[in-house]
Design a protein around this ligand. Structure first.
Ligand code: ADP
Ligand code: MG
Length: 495
């Protein structure tokens, strides 16, 4: 009997690994055939929920139904093609949403085949390539009824990029408040609003959020969202096909709010800058709102005409910087919640401590963890993170020896090592001992009984109580939090 259970477990794990690998490879293939914007906005959020090799079916989880429809309509052909290339057979694609997807069930012996419950079935679309449709080619109705005149172009706004889903903190608060103000009173203050910052920090998210908020207040508002790459391409094709009049009228006359993403890409393109300069003047002059994002300050954009640089500085310039630790934790928790996971504090802290550069990487790390947890049917805990995180950030988490942690606690909290490991129960010793246990649990792979052994042969229930006590202290007491942070820092720096 035991043997059968083991074999099932192995088979489940094998299937899970097959699913992860197949989807990873599919993503790599897709990255080569769809544009970078489409890839990051539409494909990357798609997760593989399960692969049924026998039935030739792949279950993909999408943020919500409209995202799924968009993927199905525009990229299903590409996905089918990649799967065919990789497996030599045709796969049926089924969709589910993050919210409807069930959480991992530890007892599920067969994650490859899931029940039909909670699954979203989209209208089948014949497999085939639809690349023409894939590139910002036209309107999509994410919210029926909320758009301008019939026949008017509607912006392609990512339904997830709304103010409600934007976690603010000290490094992005200013940009977020300015964006909100602009959305509440378009064209009246802060025109243009110029948002700048490094990659993956939420510029595009805020830009779409402005578009959503304007349309929420006034469904008839004519909002145009374009990446500057698309702007350049549209302009080139208008020039080539002699349709400049239509291009100008689309941009100038039929637009109340113009959102241009990544304006730095028009640098060095003289004709585009010329056209944009006139567009800017017309819109600004008639009180239409302009919001731009960029990876740098206007004055630093190389190969940009001075008159344009100066106009970009007319309104308000708001920067976004990488989020601090607390905001990173809040972002992780909020994103996990959207996907139906309650991210434990220690897990959120561990990820937030190691993935620091930008929010996109933070999301990538979380996505990988959730997928691993789901596919391996393992709880999302410190151990899973320790195993999975190293793949994502491309470096092994520093292995920290338990003895080094005990020593660091001893030095920092001025309690002899012998007391930390010994039997004394004075509060001056028990709290530091509990802190040491907590950090060993957080930073190493030691099991609860092993931790008990390290601390003078205590049993694992004592260890559990200690961990709980430190969690409570940490939540209630800022001094404990800063002690923990200080000791972690010392350990990371090898001091
Ligand atoms: P940028 O345009 O600055 O390169 P994006 O707007 O594309 O960055 O953001 C990258 C990802 O991170 C997106 O999925 C976005 O939703 C998410 N993101 C960025 N900042 C935040 C935030 N403050 N709160 C929630 N999600 C965020
Ligand atoms: Mg962007």
């Amino acid at each position: 009997m035991q043997v059968v259970v083991c074999a099932d477990g192995r088979e489940a794990r094998r299937r899970a690994v097959v699913s992860l690998e197949l989807w990873d490879k599919t993503l790599r293939g897709l990255q080569k055939v769809v544009g970078p914007w489409d890839f990051s906005h539409w494909i990357q959020p798609v997760q593989c929920d399960a692969v049924d090799e026998r039935e030739r079916e792949i279950v993909l989880a999408v943020p919500d139904e409209s995202h799924g429809r968009w993927v199905e309509d525009h990229f299903a052909g590409f996905i089918h093609e990649q799967l065919r290339l990789l497996t030599d057979s045709s796969y049926r694609i089924r969709y589910t949403t993050y919210a409807e997807r069930t959480r991992p069930e530890p007892a599920d012996p067969n994650p490859g085949v899931r029940s039909d419950q909670g699954r979203l079935e989209l209208e089948p679309v014949a497999p085939g390539l639809s690349r023409d449709n894939g590139r910002d080619s036209g309107p999509v109705d994410f919210r029926p009824g909320l758009h301008a005149e019939p026949g008017e172009e509607r912006p392609v706004l990512n339904p997830r990029y709304r103010f409600e889903n934007f976690v603010d903190g000290p490094t992005n608060q200013f940009a977020m408040s300015a964006s909100r103000a602009v959305a509440d009173h378009p064209g009246t203050r802060y025109n243009p609003l110029f948002i700048f910052g490094g990659v993956g920090l939420g510029k595009t998210h805020l830009l779409h959020a402005v578009g959503h908020a304007v349309l929420d207040r006034n469904p008839r508002a004519r909002v145009r969202y374009v990446t500057s790459e698309v702007f350049v391409n549209d302009l080139i094709s208008a020039i080539r096909t002699d349709k400049m009049q239509g291009f100008r009228s689309r941009c100038r006359d039929r637009c109340d709010v113009l959102l241009i993403d990544d304006i730095q890409f028009i640098a060095g393109k003289d004709r585009t800058q010329e056209e944009f300069f006139h567009l800017f003047n017309t819109l600004h002059g008639s009180g239409k709102q302009i919001v731009l994002t960029c990876d740098q300050l206007p004055q630093s954009i190389p190969d940009m005409e001075d008159r344009l640089k100066s106009r970009l500085q007319w309104g308000l310039i708001a920067d976004i910087k990488p989020p601090g630790f607390e905001t990173r934790v809040a972002i992780l928790k909020s994103k996990a919640e959207v996907e139906g996971f309650d991210l434990p504090d220690d897990v959120a802290h561990l990820v937030a401590r190691h993935v620091t550069r930008n929010v996109r990487e933070l999301e990538g790390a979380l996505r990988h963890l959730l997928a691993t947890s789901r596919l391996l049917s393992r709880p999302l805990d410190i151990h899973l993170v320790n195993n999975a995180l190293s793949d994502i950030i491309g470096e092994r988490l520093q292995k920290i020896a338990p003895e080094a942690i005990i020593k660091a606690v001893s030095v920092d909290l001025k309690v002899p090592i012998a007391d930390l490991k010994g039997p004394r129960r004075h509060r001056n010793i028990t709290v530091p001992r509990q802190i040491a246990m907590y950090l060993v649990r957080e930073l190493t792979d030691e099991s609860l009984p092993q931790i008990g052994q390290l601390f003078g042969g205590r049993d694992h229930s004592t260890v559990i109580n200690s961990l709980k006590r430190v969690e409570a202290l940490r939540d209630a007491n800022p001094e404990i939090r800063s002690q923990l942070d200080r000791i972690r820092r010392t350990l990371r720096e090898g001091g």
